[in-house]
Design a protein around this ligand. Structure first.
Ligand SMILES: [Zn+2]
Length: 493
């Protein structure tokens, strides 16, 4: 699998220590060179030489003071400041963590006690993700950047992948444990502290996609890594402790519980029907939209919101290459799954046509979330989790790349908490009908869409209200790169 970026070869300071794929090979397609088809997977080298044009993505690999890797991604030619050194007096951190398996459920739990010391809600002028400036050195030595990725100083998973035996399972069936090998990276989406992903322009969003793709290609090649998980937590309600727009990439040494369940369901579906579960799922949702067959997009300037969508359709956006819909059994008040229409195992499998359409679709989706709870001209940023599911090693034939995007907000002033049923039994109770959520998400894509007046959200007739409280509160002792109880909880399923 080739990354979609070209290395900035000859950059002073470029080192690269991520392992297997290294950073010396200037491989991969460029932002504009790849054509439709299998170019990304085939590792097209078209224009690898003269690719430093506007529209092509270039990466520059360098190192922070404590030895952690820092990678800049730039559209076009990176400035020479990419090689600027990290002058902070940082001691190398020797993080250690272990994974333990729950003998009752089989779920792996990561124990990383060293993370208690991590940065927590720093003031804005001490943001570690802003570019460095005179007298104020951050994690990013450069005075500006487009997209930057670095290894987390307080990672949940640490230890060089490949240096430990895999799988990390001992003979004791009740106490399976192993080193928490893997890698945790922070992805800074933009140098603008006050922006949000939804504020990026399409070219910049494309740059983030290229960075995700590159990280997936590189990290999945590391020994012992089972799955590369790219995600974003947005909003203090989620437990985010750094306001700067950023996401994370975890190279996991195990298959997380939600993925394990999908593997099982896909196998059952294959056995019962002979077909792929995700293919059938996307086709079924698209079939609910008149005129939105796989080859026929329903286009509009704002995106691809189907204009003649039946009331009960769950489709939110039907693009030529991507489809977004509220899942039939949505767990969250507003939850959208986004799939490429052509099944691929991970980011590296996307072709250029799919990459080209992605920014418009994804930005449209995020902006709809921000309009869900607005009051007239006052948009209310929706706290959300954007979770990118990618096929783990060995399951590329059946698992499908897709996004699961959801907000914990139920109404303008109410949050969804994971309480007794969810946290205690992993049984979700959703107060918003998926079909209603889809209608709302279609409505807010239209210019001048009416804001919901509280509380128009209909509730499903039966079922207890799972909210445990009505005021936002810190969900846990979280941190530097942000975690969230529900994420952790969800990871157990
Ligand atoms: Zn910042």
């Amino acid at each position: 699998m080739a990354p979609t970026v070209t290395d900035a070869t000859g950059q002073p300071g470029a080192s690269g220590s991520a392992g297997a794929s290294g950073t010396t090979a200037a491989s991969g397609t460029t932002g504009t060179a790849a054509s439709a088809g299998s170019s990304a997977q085939a590792g097209a080298h078209a224009q690898a030489g003269p690719s430093r044009q506007a529209g092509a993505t270039t990466r520059t690999v360098t190192e922070l003071a404590d030895g952690r890797e820092l990678i800049y991604y730039d559209r076009g030619t990176p400035p020479t400041t990419r090689a600027v050194a990290d002058l902070r007096p940082l001691d190398a951190v020797a993080p250690s963590s272990e994974v333990r398996q729950d003998p009752m459920t089989g779920a792996w739990v990561t124990v990383a006690a060293h993370r208690q010391a991590r940065t927590y809600h720093p003031p804005a002028d001490e943001c570690p993700l802003c570019p460095s400036r005179e007298g104020r050195l951050s994690e990013i030595p450069a005075g500006d950047y487009q997209v930057a990725v670095f290894e987390n100083r307080f990672p949940s998973l640490a230890g060089e992948p490949g240096t430990h035996p895999v799988p990390p399972v001992l003979d004791d069936p009740l106490h399976s444990r192993g080193p928490g090998i893997g890698r945790c990276e922070v992805v800074c989406f933009t140098a603008d502290h006050d922006a949000s992903f939804a504020d990026l322009d399409e070219d910049h969003a494309r740059l983030v996609l290229d960075a995700w793709t590159d990280r997936t290609a590189e990290l999945s090649a590391l020994p012992g890594v089972r799955q590369v998980y790219c995600f974003e937590n947005r909003g203090t309600e989620i437990g985010v402790t750094l306001a700067h727009p950023h996401g994370q990439v975890y190279a996991l040494p195990f298959v997380p519980p939600r993925t394990a369940k999908m593997i099982d369901r896909a196998a059952r579906h294959r056995a019962a029907t002979g077909r792929n579960l995700f293919d059938d799922l996307v086709a079924a949702e698209r079939a609910s939209v008149a005129g939105a067959s796989a080859s026929d997009s329903v286009d509009s300037p704002a995106g691809n919101s189907p204009s003649d969508c039946p009331e009960d359709s769950r489709v939110v956006l039907a693009g030529e290459h991507w489809t977004a819909f509220v899942p039939f059994a949505a767990r969250w008040p507003y939850e959208v799954h986004l799939f490429p229409n052509r099944r691929v195992p991970d980011f590296t499998g996307l072709n250029e046509d799919e990459r080209a359409e992605f920014p418009r679709i994804y930005l449209d989706l995020l902006r709809r979330f921000d309009r869900l709870f607005g009051d007239g001209d006052q948009p209310v940023r929706a706290p959300y989790i954007a979770a990118w599911h990618q096929a783990p090693a060995g399951h590329e034939d059946e698992l499908a790349l897709h996004l699961e995007l959801f907000t914990v907000r139920r109404t303008a002033d109410k949050l969804k908490y994971l309480a007794g049923t969810e946290s205690g039994m992993e049984a979700f109770m959703n107060d918003v009908a998926p079909e209603f959520a889809a209608r709302r998400l279609r409505e807010v894509g239209q210019a001048g869409a009416a804001s919901p007046t509280t509380p128009t959200t209909p509730t499903i007739a039966s079922g207890p209200t799972p909210a445990a409280g009505s005021t936002p509160e810190a969900t846990s002792e979280t941190t530097y790169e942000t975690t969230y109880d529900t994420t952790a909880e969800e990871a157990q399923r």
